[in-house]
Design a protein around this ligand. Structure first.
Ligand code: HEB
Ligand code: CA
Length: 347
């Protein structure tokens, strides 16, 4: 059937939606693309918006509830509604910035806070070539109280601490393997606050592309700190300008996850599909999917990945710290030119 048979014309007279509840997202999308994401770029605000989805959603704990305590509401918008409380939690350092940049958009559009946070993150990611089209739902219940402190993982936590926390938040769904899938997000990421002397230090050499370079570069032998490191949660990185988190280092080398980590190298289909799958479930933690309307159609389909998976210039298989015992590291070409230095993400 033609789309007009099943879709409704939105009040704006321009957009068609599968459900009228999605109509408010079209003007929000256009406003965010133009005025937060600099005309649809995979910019710093896009990265920060994606990070915010995790920090809102992961703050839910059935284990705390079982002790008779409030465990947080998951993807309930609490990080923005109670930002004066939650952005002061140590792992949320830096997020006050994106919460305040998003707030005017929240105020001029008719969308719930929880829905807004997940939508902005999915939209921001769609500006990064290679990213999947991430899920966008509306209808979440907004928080009435802040999440408790202590539920967001820190880069200095051990793999055991991180695996336990993610499993608790998801009733066991986010096991060590799915934790690796979630960490794909660090392919479009940089750190401002781990080492404040070098803000915007990316986790891979392509922070504007949702590719598998992150999985290659985290496996290279660390030799330097991009700034005045070591800082808490930071370990040696292989490239000038690049930051390596202790947690990414450890999970890349943990016997439970090393082979899964390596399996993403040069496998863009996996990068794309696995993150699409886990983001869907992350974005509705604490909510009942039967109460939600799927508006994923409002998120643009991202452009294909740019470039091929490679060793950074000046490096080769000899620089790999092999952690997966079962499968050799994939053969990759080395980028031409002088030894790669990674520029900071500045806008
Ligand atoms: Fe992430 C960033 C940690 C997970 C997304 N991280 C980041 C940082 C850190 C982290 C530390 C930096 C910050 C600053 O600024 O300084 N993570 C982490 C941990 C974990 C994680 C520990 C667990 C394991 N993430 C994650 C997930 C996601 C993410 C799951 C998804 C969603 N991140 C992210 C992003 C970023 C980050 C996107 C970037 C941001 C910017 O660039 O700004
Ligand atoms: Ca990348």
């Amino acid at each position: 059937a033609a789309p007009s048979d099943t879709r409704v014309l939105c009040p704006d007279g321009r957009n068609f939606a599968s459900n009228a509840a999605c109509c408010a997202l079209f003007p929000l999308r256009d406003d965010l693309q133009k005025n937060l994401f600099d005309g649809g770029r995979c910019n710093e605000e896009a990265h920060e918006s994606l990070r915010l989805t995790f920090h809102d959603a992961i703050a839910i704990s059935p284990a705390l509830e079982a002790q008779g305590k409030f465990g947080g509401g998951g993807a309930d918008g609490s990080i923005a509604i109670f930002s004066h409380i939650e952005t002061n939690f140590h792992p949320n350092i830096g997020l006050d910035d994106i919460v305040e940049k998003q707030r005017p958009f929240l105020q001029r559009h008719n969308v719930g806070v929880a829905d807004f946070i997940q939508f902005a993150g999915a939209l921001g990611a769609s500006n990064c070539p290679g990213a999947p089209q991430l899920a966008a739902f509306v209808g979440r219940k907004d928080a009435t109280r802040p999440a408790p402190d202590g539920l967001v993982p820190e880069p200095f936590h051990t793999p055991d601490q991180i695996f336990d926390r993610l499993a608790d938040a998801s009733n066991g769904e986010f096991d060590p393997i799915l934790t690796v899938w979630l960490l794909t997000a660090h392919t479009v990421a940089a750190a401002d606050d781990v080492d404040p002397t070098v803000p915007g230090s990316p986790f891979d050499s392509t922070p504007g592309v949702f590719d598998s370079q992150f999985f290659v570069e985290t496996q290279l032998r660390g030799t330097l700190f991009p700034g005045d490191g070591p800082n808490k949660g930071e370990v040696l990185s292989p490239l000038r300008g690049e930051m390596r988190l202790q947690s990414d280092f450890a999970i890349a080398r943990d016997s439970r996850t090393a082979c899964e980590w390596q399996s993403f190298v040069n496998n863009q289909t996996k990068v794309h599909d696995m993150f699409q799958f886990v983001f869907h479930d992350l974005s509705i933690l604490g909510q009942n999917i039967d109460d939600l309307v799927d508006c994923t159609e409002v998120i643009p389909v991202p452009k294909p990945v740019i470039g091929r998976t490679h060793f950074p210039a000046g490096m080769s298989a000899r620089d790999i710290e092999q952690a997966c015992q079962e499968t050799p590291f994939p053969t990759l070409p080395t980028d031409a030119g002088p030894k790669t230095a990674v520029p900071p993400v500045r806008d």
